[in-house]
Ligand binder design. Structure first.
Ligand code: PMT
Length: 225
């Protein structure tokens, strides 16, 4: 394992999946367990970083020595990440954030009515938090890392996403109903804004996390050099 190469650094990590409520009992959600984000938090702490973990709807134990902020929706996640990012050396967006939320929240449970078709669910866009952090950089030289969860044309979609989001690194992984979501292992290609592409072989989520921190630490060292 790497030494304390993140000592004196503050890193912010988002993990888990947002839930966008329709009414007090229902939501639109996704299959993220938070395991990849928690692995990033544990490994960053082991490498000496001060860690803020913004956790959306996870059921995992708090990593030792990590400041955990719990959120539910994409809007709450945005607020918590932007607040923590103010003095962060690096921000890693591993959370699965809903691109859309229901346009209307019903204060009471939505009822089915005899003889009536169900009402359509209208959606509105959520803000793109990764694009916003990348464009605005709360600190000069802040390193911003995103993930891309893809089911088809994984690498091609990842390359397009890197350009669109404007982050420094984009970790491209393939997902499916039982692939990557909730599992202990992952494999990915880390795309960098300088055009380099680094495959990380199938292995524990901690191994991918360490490969990401290797690249973040190198960029931070270059910044202060
Ligand atoms: O949690 P696990 O069960 O361990 O699963 C891990 C994982 C598959 C969730 C994780 O490895 C992963 O891929 N996370 C990103 C999921 C995602 O939302 O991907 P995306 O391709 O839809 O989004 C691209 C990037 O933009 C992500 O960094 C995401 O956090 C960010 N985003 C997306 C939408 C939005 N409105 N705001 C954002 O910031």
């Amino acid at each position: 394992a790497a030494g304390p190469d993140l000592a004196g650094r503050h890193v912010v990590i988002s993990a888990g999946g947002t839930r966008e409520p329709l009414d007090p009992v229902r939501f639109l959600g996704n299959r993220s367990s938070g395991k990849q984000g928690y692995a990033l938090a544990r490994t960053a702490a082991a490498r000496g970083a001060r860690v803020t973990l913004v956790a959306a709807n996870t059921a995992l134990p708090d990593p030792a020595g990590v400041d955990v902020v719990r959120v539910g929706t994409a809007l709450q996640l945005r607020e918590a990440v932007l607040k923590a990012a103010g003095d962060a050396d690096a921000v890693v967006m591993a959370a699965a954030v809903a691109d859309f939320r229901p346009a209307v929240y019903a204060d009471g449970k939505i009822k089915k009515k005899d003889g009536q078709e169900p009402a359509p669910v209208n959606l509105v866009r959520n803000p793109d938090i990764l694009a916003e952090i990348s464009a605005e950089r709360a600190r000069e030289g802040q390193i911003v890392v995103g993930f891309a969860a893809e089911t088809d044309d994984v690498l091609a979609n990842g390359r397009t996403k890197l350009a669109r989001k404007g982050c420094d690194l984009l970790v491209v992984n393939e997902v499916g109903e039982t692939k990557t979501f909730g599992s202990e292992e992952n494999e990915a290609v880390i795309l960098a804004s300088d055009g380099t592409e680094t495959p990380v072989a199938h292995g524990p989520k901690e191994a991918l996390a360490d490969a990401i921190w290797d690249r973040v630490a190198a960029r931070l060292a270059r910044r202060t050099a």
